[in-house]
Design a protein. Structure first.
Lengths: 367, 406, 168
């Protein structure tokens, strides 16, 4: 008589040590194989899009900080680019260079967090996580030197950057650029060749290029699946067309490729920062913009290549001091749509690892 | 008296002195106290001393472990209570004792309460047969190793008792996984021990230590490696700790325990590495033997070294998946164990009573076989274990030095 | 062909080397974390002599936590006529230390501070009232005040500044 098993639905609840943020999944599985995954989110919804309609364009910058709370500079940059496109304001050169430097530093921070937590999910008793956070502290100290805060920065303004960097910043940045490649080498030595990591992450959580393109995935997840699409190359903003860098691209699209893509992007970010530090000139960092900015009636879409994907803001203005409509295209929310395809049919044990490698941030998903 | 008492009495001078001391007592007018009482008191005192020292070493070991793991992770461990945080184990004990002892509805109360006790019996029992020094042991059982193998299967039943009695579907699930893991790794463990037994010719641990002219780690590299992995899996220690750190779905068989019952589980989890280190020292590292220093110091030093290696592995490596653990036990370690057994048996057959030179030849043969196995397995798994080339060319490092400040 | 164990051995060597490096923990509260001069903390420095009661700070706060009640008839030392401040409340329980209020002030009267250690037992105690603002020692942070940075002022270690020294 054949054994008849019954599929069981369980709830991987919003509070859980392995889900990054408050994220709930209802999983139906049969034995060890997953049949269906239903993500339930919205536990961190704060109404950013509606709140923005009550705030002036400068005040909205503080709202954008808190979307993807790990990469605050990229959020600010996307928003400020959208408003500048809407009002036809051009930031000065030095501002654009500083923006790129800071955005790339933020990318390194976000990838350190992603890699650290990915390895935490794999079970490595928080050791690689602590190493990643040790480096993150140094970058956050750089940010503190620059704008007084560490995580929710509000550094950019419409028309440039908020304030010029102090001389200490350039010294510390040079020191950082000198020793950071050694630390990335150390992580690679600890993790990349580790046989246990290889056995667990190679060949699991495969996302094919076609599925990725059809699901509008963007960011390192897309590039790890083999698609050569990076907004910094295809639609350059600020000074990305003046610096030279490679776009790392994976082949298979499994968890291991995503991890390797993020590490390679960290190295390329260092390269970009070095070139910007060489090319930057003296000058003003902010164009004169009225405090209560009133852009002309119209709409604009400004997007950046954030650490998690394409972050875009679509702003509709009706000529008043606050936006009429503020729509956020958050990469983590769009990337979530591929989750089900990746998890169904796989093992229960691989599910958490796959979720960790997608690098979803609930602040962005729920806004 | 039965032979086992006689050998204990004769060989262990400390016990016999203690027995004589008690036998002379007169007590409430009954003089001298009866024989069995003298035996009981002497034995009780020795066992009391050993168990207490093991538990004290373990509690200090928890502090050392947390500090060391902190240093591995580039942070300071607990350093608040007492000088350098030495009173942290006391703070932990006070906290656990003052917690509410929860008992969920629907538990099987007798099994639920007994499971921690059964779990902690094993690591302590292991110390009954281990020689701490020359002539210093609690019991020289002539079936010492068999006793240890039998006793280390008891956590299996304790784990299952805990999972079953919790009344929680996921605890049971986790407990069953744990039982599967423990049962699977018994086989390689026994196979690697049999290699040592063939070399030493006796099951008694005291004889095994004395039979090692060259430490067996050199003579049995394959056996040592298999035993190290198998005993890590038996203890549920990283990288085999799916049972206790399975934060994916199931929180493990000790989810529903709180307070000192959970503390008992944790204590057993911490005594186990010391027990395993003691066994490894006795079997493979020549026990208490060593020049110059007293033998107890050598034993303690070797145990601490092996314990440190286990801790180091725990702090560094990520975890295996469940099916990979089973595959490792049955497809990798089991054939290696049998190979080790054949080669050792062949060597013992050819050179029945080897001289030192012949022992070194055996060392050479065994190491050659071990390295061949390693290379062979690497070749078989090369596609699964190959790293990929970096996805973008690594940027060229510029010459060091501060860049010009803008 | 990779030999099994080489990757694990490399990882073990990395952790072993870290055993001998200095720990990167800052032992708070015995050691203080290093703070930048631009740090945006609480302990706002408010110079009444420079303030005219225009309430731009209250208008620019995204959360609306500054409450200002004035009556005409004050004398501002620099500008002449001004409003006299009756109530100037900053609700630190909801402040996000964004600094837009400091950016908004046209007279350089409000500065961020460097504190981060204010904890109370009741939420109502977190509101800073005008008396406290008047009497507090003023160590302004150099955030958005390039004149303080030109003087290389360090709020964590420097002397409190008076109203003449903080203006543009």
């Amino acid at each position: 008589m054949p054994i008849r098993t019954e599929p069981v639905t369980i709830n991987l609840g919003p509070q859980h040590p392995s889900t990054h943020g408050v994220f709930r999944m209802r999983i139906t599985f049969d034995g060890e194989m997953i049949l269906d995954v239903e993500p339930v989110f919205g536990y961190l919804h704060r109404g950013s899009e509606k709140l923005a309609e009550e705030r002036t364009y400068t005040q909205v910058i503080t709202l954008t900080d808190r979307l993807d709370y790990v990469s605050s500079m990229s959020n600010n940059l996307a928003y400020v680019l959208a408003v500048e496109k809407l009002s036809g304001i051009n930031p000065p050169e030095r501002a654009m260079y500083i923006r790129v430097i800071v955005a790339e530093l933020q990318r390194i921070v976000s990838h350190l967090v992603a890699t650290g937590f990915f390895l935490n999910d794999l079970g490595a008793l928080a050791t690689p996580l602590m190493y990643c956070f040790r480096e993150r502290e140094k970058i956050l100290d750089l940010f503190e030197m620059l704008c007084g805060a560490r995580i929710t920065l509000s550094y950019m303004r419409v028309g440039g950057v908020f304030q010029d960097a102090p001389p200490d910043f350039w010294h510390s940045l040079s020191d950082f650029l000198n020793y950071m490649p050694d630390y990335i080498d150390e992580y690679e030595r600890l993790i990349t060749g580790n046989e246990i990591m290889l056995i667990r992450t190679k060949g699991t959580g495969i996302l094919s290029a076609e599925t990725a393109i059809n699901s509008s995935i963007s960011g390192p997840v897309l590039r790890a699946s083999g698609v050569n699409w990076d907004l910094r190359k295809t639609d350059p903003y600020d000074v990305y067309d003046r610096v030279d860098f490679d776009v790392p691209q994976g082949t298979v699209g499994d968890n291991y490729d995503r991890y390797l893509t993020r590490v390679a992007e960290m190295r390329q970010s260092l390269r970009i920062i070095e070139q910007c530090v060489d090319q930057i000139e003296e000058g003003p960092v902010r164009t004169e913009v009225p405090a209560l900015l009133r852009p002309p009636v119209g709409d604009a879409y400004g997007h950046v290549e954030g650490p998690k994907g394409e972050l875009g803001f679509y702003i509709v203005s009706d000529g008043s001091i606050a936006p009429y409509r503020f729509k956020i295209r958050s990469p983590s929310l769009i990337n979530l749509s591929a989750l089900r395809g990746m998890m169904v049919g796989s093992n229960l044990a691989d599910m958490i690892v796959t979720f960790g490698s997608m690098d979803i941030n609930m602040g962005e998903v729920d806004r | 008296m039965e032979p086992v008492y006689v050998s204990f009495h004769e060989a262990n001078s400390f016990f016999s002195n203690l027995y004589d001391l008690f036998a002379e007592w007169s007590f409430w007018g009954v003089s001298p106290i009866p024989d069995w009482l003298a035996y009981f008191l002497a034995g009780f005192l020795i066992v009391f001393a050993v168990v207490n020292s093991v538990v004290v070493v373990t509690t200090v070991g928890t502090w050392v472990e947390r500090r060391l793991i902190g240093r591995f992770q580039s942070r300071v461990g607990p350093n608040r209570w007492g000088p350098w945080g030495l009173a942290t184990p006391i703070a932990d004990a006070v906290k656990l004792l003052s917690k509410e002892d929860t008992r969920p509805e629907g538990v099987d109360i007798w099994v639920f309460n007994l499971a921690p006790l059964v779990f902690i019996v094993t690591p302590l029992l292991v110390f009954a047969v281990i020689p701490f020094g020359e002539g210093t042991y609690i019991a020289n059982l002539n079936i010492g190793i068999l006793f240890i193998i039998a006793v280390t299967t008891v956590p299996t039943i304790a784990m299952f008792m805990a999972g079953w009695a919790s009344g929680n579907r996921y605890s049971l699930f986790g407990a069953m996984r744990g039982v599967a893991q423990l049962v699977s790794y018994e086989v390689p463990m026994v196979l690697s021990i049999v290699g040592v037994l063939l070399m030493s010719g006796s099951l008694s641990l005291v004889d095994i230590v004395e039979a090692q002219r060259i430490p067996f780690i050199l003579l049995q590299p394959l056996g040592f490696f298999i035993f190290l992995l198998a005993i890590s899996a038996e203890m549920n220690r990283s990288p085999f700790d799916i049972v206790e750190a399975d934060s994916e779905l199931v929180a493990g068989f000790h989810t529903e325990y709180s307070g000192m019952k959970w503390g008992t589980f944790q204590l057993a989890e911490f005594i186990a590495p010391f027990g395993a280190a003691s066994i490894i020292t006795t079997l493979f590292l020549k026990g208490w033997d060593g020049p110059l220093l007293p033998d107890f110091v050598w034993f303690f030093g070797k145990v601490c070294f092996v314990w440190f290696v286990l801790l180091w592995i725990r702090a560094t490596l990520p975890r295996f998946r469940v099916d990979q653990i089973m595959a490792l036990a049955w497809k990798c370690l089991f054939p290696l164990g049998i190979l080790n057994l054949f080669i050792t048996a062949a060597e013992v057959l050819i050179w029945g009573d080897p001289t030192t030179a012949q022992l070194w030849i055996m060392v050479g043969i065994n190491w050659a076989v071990a390295i061949t196995c390693l290379v062979g397995i690497s070749q078989l798994m090369s596609d699964k274990l190959s790293t990929r080339a970096p996805l973008a060319p690594v940027p060229v490092r510029r010459a060091r030095g501060l860049r010009e400040v803008r | 062909m990779n030999i099994i164990g080489v990757g694990i051995a490399k990882g073990l060597s990395v952790t072993f080397r870290n055993l001998f490096r200095k720990a990167s923990t800052i032992r708070y509260p015995e050691e203080a974390a290093p703070q930048a001069p631009r740090f945006r903390g609480e302990e706002f420095a408010w110079y009444e002599e420079r303030c005219t009661g225009c309430a731009s700070c209250a208008k620019f706060c995204p959360l609306g936590i500054i409450k200002i009640v004035t009556h005409p008839g004050g004398i501002n030392v620099q500008e002449g006529q001004s409003y006299a401040i009756d109530v100037f409340d900053i609700d630190l329980g909801r402040c996000m230390f964004c600094g837009l209020c400091v950016e908004a002030c046209p007279y350089d009267a409000l500065f961020m501070g460097s504190g981060f250690e204010r904890s109370t037992y009741r939420r109502d105690d977190l509101v800073i009232q005008v008396d406290e603002l008047r009497q507090a020692e003023k160590r302004p942070s150099t955030w958005f005040r390039p004149q303080l940075e030109a003087k290389e002022y360090r709020p964590q270690t420097g002397q409190p500044l008076s109203w003449e020294e903080v203006g543009r």
